[in-house]
Design a protein around this ligand. Structure first.
Ligand code: FMN
Length: 187
């Protein structure tokens, strides 16, 4: 009898704030992940601001741990806020640390993006920029389906639980598609 592979996905929320809708969306993804997929949330708050002098001296422990977590994952799920039409500084910082030699950990990795914003457009512009960065990282970002959570304050309750039935349904389909995408890339 063959057993389905158990995929490990690293979930990266590009917001440091406690009440982040993007981390809340990732937590919903943890709950709604299909059979055969687990998502572990990676926190970015311990990463220093990128400075190439630091890299030359050797990756600090927090950066090393982050890079190895990405390397060990079968795929990466980004949940990006939109700050001034692009990704947040903490997410860009994590991408920069993850892009450097030796053995940059995103190369060849399956990735996918969701976003949440209080605006009606739900972070669509940040997603566009992040897709562009995925080209530079040389990872493989899933094109479709796409999930943008607009008017986020109405989609989560006071405990940051995703309560919007439509978005929950979209996320379930998105995660199943991502599982299939990761498996397809691994073949
Ligand atoms: C500095 C700053 C810039 C922002 N720029 C945008 C923007 O360009 N587009 C947008 O939809 N929301 C923008 N917002 C609103 C954020 O999307 C909103 O605060 C969101 O909830 C942040 O994500 P989080 O809840 O995961 O922390 C901005 C917020 C901040 C603090």
């Amino acid at each position: 009898m063959t057993t389905a592979p158990q995929l490990k996905i690293a979930g990266i929320a590009g917001s440091l704030r406690k009440g982040s809708f993007n981390r809340a969306a990732l937590k919903a993804a943890v709950e709604l992940a299909p059979a055969g997929m687990t998502i572990e949330i990676v926190e970015l708050g311990t990463l220093p601001l990128y400075n190439d002098d630091i890299r030359v001296e050797g990756y600090p422990p927090a950066v090393h741990a982050y890079r190895e977590t990405i390397r060990a994952a079968d795929g990466v799920l980004f949940a990006t806020p939109e700050f001034n039409y692009s990704v947040s500084a903490p997410l860009k910082n994590a991408i920069d640390w993850g892009s450097r030699i030796p053995d940059p950990p995103y190369v060849g990795k399956a990735t996918a993006i969701i976003s949440a914003s209080v605006s009606p457009v739900g972070g669509v512009r940040a997603q566009y920029h992040l897709r562009h960065m995925c080209v530079s990282l040389n990872c493989f970002c899933m094109n479709q389906p796409q999930v943008y959570i607009g008017d986020a304050a109405k989609k989560f309750d006071a405990n940051l639980k995703l309560i919007d039935a439509g978005v929950r349904e979209e996320l379930i389909k998105f995660l199943a598609a991502f599982r299939d995408y990761v498996i397809r890339l691994q073949r």
